[in-house]
Structure formats: C-alpha cells, structure tokens
Ligand binder design. Structure first.
Ligand SMILES: Cc1ncc(COP(=O)(O)O)c(C=O)c1O
Length: 454
C-alpha cells in the first residue's frame, strides 16, 4: 500500500468517529493523540458495533486474564503505591543470563553474511536446515530420530498452537493439573472444550499431580483422552518423571489408543541419571507420542525464538493415516520457517563448545534453584522441584496462592507466581523461578528469611 493511500485510509477511519467529538476536541486530534483516539474508538465499538462479524465463541469461554498479565498488573499497582520499591522477580519463567558468547558470535556472522551476495539466503527448507536437524538428531536423540521427523520451529508455544490446530475440535485432551496454561487455553480456543464450570473446563481430563502421588497422575483413575499433554521436567511443579513413570505413561497411551504430546522444554536441566531427556527413550513411544522442545531454556533463546517438534513417521490416526503428513501440511501452511539467524545459533548451541557453554548456563540456574529451595526448606516449608528443574514449588497449607503472593510482594517486594494460576491442583502452592541473577536470588533469600524466619 502506498503511504498516501494508507494515510487517507486512516484519515477516513478517524472521520467516522468525528461526530463523537466537539469541534475544539476534533482540532486537538494530532499525531500524538491518534493512538488514544483509536483506543476511544475501539471502546465505542463495544457498545455500538461497527461490523457484523460474530466473535469466535470459544474465545469468550476463556478466562478474562491470562496469569502473567494479572501478575504484571498487581506488580504495577504495587509500584504505583510504593514507587521506591526495589522489586525482585522470581516470577515469569524468562531467562535472564546472556546467550553464550560462542553462540551469539555465530548468529552475528550469519547476520553479516546475509549482507553479501554469497551469504544471502531467503526462505529456507520447510522443516528447517538439514544440518541443524541432523545435529538435533545426533546430539539430543543419539541418532534414534530420523531427520525428516524433526520440524524446526520458532518455539514450543507456537508448536503447541499448531498441534492443536491439527488435532482440531473433535478430540478430548488430558492435562496434568497443575500445568503450563497454554495446553488448556489452546484447547479452548480451537473448540475442544465446553464452558468453564467452576475451575474446570468441560471435556478436559485433569490429571491430578500432587505431593501425595509424587506429581505423577494415577493413570488408572484417568478416563480415556485422545491427546495427553505431559510436561517433564514439569512447569510449574518442577517434577521430573522417572523412566518407570514414563514407561507407565507410554503403556497407558498404547492401551488406550491415545497420543502423548510430550513437552520437554526443560530437559536441559535434567542431571539425574534415572530421568529420561526425551519420551523417545521409552520403547514403543514412537507409535504413540510427539515431542515439543525448545532452545529457549537451553541457551537463553526466549527472545531469539527457536524450537522443534519430533513427529515420528510411525504415529498414525485411527484411520491409519500418518500424523506426520498432517503436521507437515499444518506446519507449511501456518509457518514459513525458523529465522536463518536463529538456526545458525541453534547449530552453535549443539557443537562441542556450545554444549559446554549451555551446560554452564543451566548449572547457574540450577544453583539458583538450589539456593531458593534450601532457603524455603530451612524456613520450615515443604518444597518440591528445583532439582532437575529451574522451578521450585512451595506448599503453603491452608492458604490461597494469591494470598501468599500478595504477602510476599507486600513484605519482601518479591514477585512470585501463584500456583492456582496453573490449575486448581496448584492452589496453596507458589512457584519460584530460578531464572534470575545470583545476586537477586541471594537478596530474595535474605528477604524471605526476614519475613518467614522465627
Ligand atoms: C512447559 C513449557 N512449554 C513451552 C514453553 C514455551 O517455550 P518457547 O519459548 O519455546 O515457546 C514454556 C515457556 O515457558 C513452558 O514453560
């Protein structure tokens, strides 16, 4: 669109709201107020619809606020009334430490090469650069996964959305309770659920994961679901499923004809030998599981954006057709390939120097988790996770999560995440994230000792 036509279009757009303003107010509408005028316009639309487009009713089923915006709102409200507060965030699971230098260097080289005729490249191969897929297969799956089964993407969250679009509205999903909210929200958006009844959506199987069952669901009590979302190491509980537990899960899926969507975004934090890094370490999983994974937590790529899905070619629907074929169709329709610069970074993460540097990075966060976990234990709380995971899950029996969240924000100026935001099974828990600087973790330790120490 030419600049002039876009300007005249936006001009007309404003004109349609002119009757709402007095003449003098209209004169005040200049570039600086254009944005607020548009906000006024969209507010007006709510009571006085301008279009005949029906709203997607599934979106209306979602709760008004996603967890993290609500936390941000409460943090801002606190800062407004305490402008000098020095807030520490152990909240959102975003990485804070720099990308390893070797990896950043390779991305910079790729970016500069794009400015040369020899180094320029446009759209890449549909499923990602072959060299990167080969490296993922060799380094992370011991060569057990075929490179054509690896779909390189812009991150695990986007992949969960694309997988849900592929499964469509006719399936029933099961989730761990508590769990990463994206599984449930995406299920609601694509129409897999009914309305929300109290805290639960109709047509979702919630698999309770509590200290009483070692955070592994009692599968014989779970009614059959088509798709089982399973995250290990888990966000938010920090629980990492053992080989025996994953064998049970795969057996359950095979017996019930279900597909597991295994979210291994936190696999780089696993240090215990008995904890598998991938569902494909379990025999028979390639006929019943897909795996989502990500460079976000491996290498500080939350902003760079790079992930992948493993979709085995043996995985079939009830009619015998290949899930791989459908996922390829969805992937190439809704996505045009991961950034070539990000892929150069991914390749560097997986070479010898990269692997060494990212291990140091994940060790750093694990030491933070250890500090937070020991602090809360020494204060007499029951603490879970924090070992093969960057998340520490703390229990506050008899209290609501939001109540404890408010107390810690008010008295210690620390932002945490209320467990109830991850599902009813998270009530009375708080998630502490180790994705902070060491300095902040040590400061948090001394503040927590002050408020909870005897
Ligand atoms: C369990 C889980 N899966 C996926 C993601 C999203 O990862 P990505 O940054 O690759 O989209 C997150 C992010 O916090 C997560 O906690």
């Amino acid at each position: 669109m030419h600049l002039s036509s876009s300007l005249s279009y936006s001009c007309c757009f404003h004109c349609s709201f002119v009757p709402k303003f007095t003449k003098s107010k209209r004169l005040q509408v200049d570039r600086s107020t254009r944005h607020s005028t548009l906000l006024v316009a969209s507010t007006q639309t709510a009571s006085n619809p301008m279009t005949k487009v029906p709203r997607n009713p599934n979106l209306a089923k979602l709760e008004a606020g996603y967890l993290f915006p609500e936390i941000a709102r409460r943090r801002s409200a606190y800062l407004e009334s305490h402008p000098d507060a020095n807030i520490i965030s152990l909240g959102i699971g975003d990485t804070t430490q720099p990308i390893p230098a070797h990896v950043a260097q390779k991305m910079a080289e790729k970016a500069l090469a794009l400015a040369t005729p020899e180094g320029y490249s446009g759209y890449g191969p549909d499923l990602g650069e072959a060299e990167l897929r080969k490296k993922i297969s060799q380094r992370l799956y011991g060569g057990k996964v075929d490179i054509d089964e690896i779909f390189v993407s812009d991150g695990a969250k986007c992949d969960i959305g694309r997988l849900q679009m592929m499964f469509g509205s006719g399936v029933v999903i099961a989730v761990q309770d508590p769990s990463y909210p994206v599984y449930v929200d995406s299920a609601v958006i694509v129409g897999q659920t009914g309305a929300k009844n109290g805290q639960l959506y109709e047509n979702i199987r919630y698999m309770s994961c509590l200290p009483e069952n070692n955070f592994f669901p009692q599968l014989d009590k779970v009614p059959r679901a088509d798709i089982i979302f399973f995250c290990s190491p888990n966000n938010p509980t920090g629980a990492a499923a053992t080989r025996e537990q994953l064998e049970k899960l795969v057996r359950y899926a095979r017996n019930n004809g279900s597909i597991i969507v295994y979210d291994a975004a936190y696999a780089p934090f696993i240090r215990a030998k008995q904890v598998p890094h991938s569902i494909f370490e379990i025999e028979g999983a390639d006929e019943v599981a897909l795996e989502c994974n990500s460079f976000s937590k491996y290498a500080g790529f939350t902003g760079v954006r790079l992930g992948w899905v493993v979709c085995p070619k043996k995985l079939r629907y009830a009619d015998g057709s290949l899930v791989h074929k459908d996922f390829r169709r969805i992937f190439t329709t809704c996505f045009n390939g991961a950034s070539n610069i990000a892929q150069a970074g991914g390749l560097a993460v997986l070479d010898d120097m990269g692997m060494e540097q990212v291990e140091r990075l994940t060790d750093y966060y694990l030491e933070n988790a250890n500090i937070l976990s020991r602090t809360m234990q020494s204060l007499g709380f029951k603490v879970f996770g924090g070992e093969n995971s960057p998340y520490v899950w703390v229990q506050f029996p008899g209290r609501t999560s939001w109540d404890v969240f408010e107390e810690i924000l008010e008295k210690a100026q620390i932002v945490t995440v209320p467990g109830s935001g991850f599902g009813p099974g998270g009530e009375s828990f708080l998630r502490l994230s180790a994705f902070a600087s060491r300095e902040h973790c040590l400061e948090a330790k001394s503040r927590l000792e002050k408020i909870f120490g005897k």
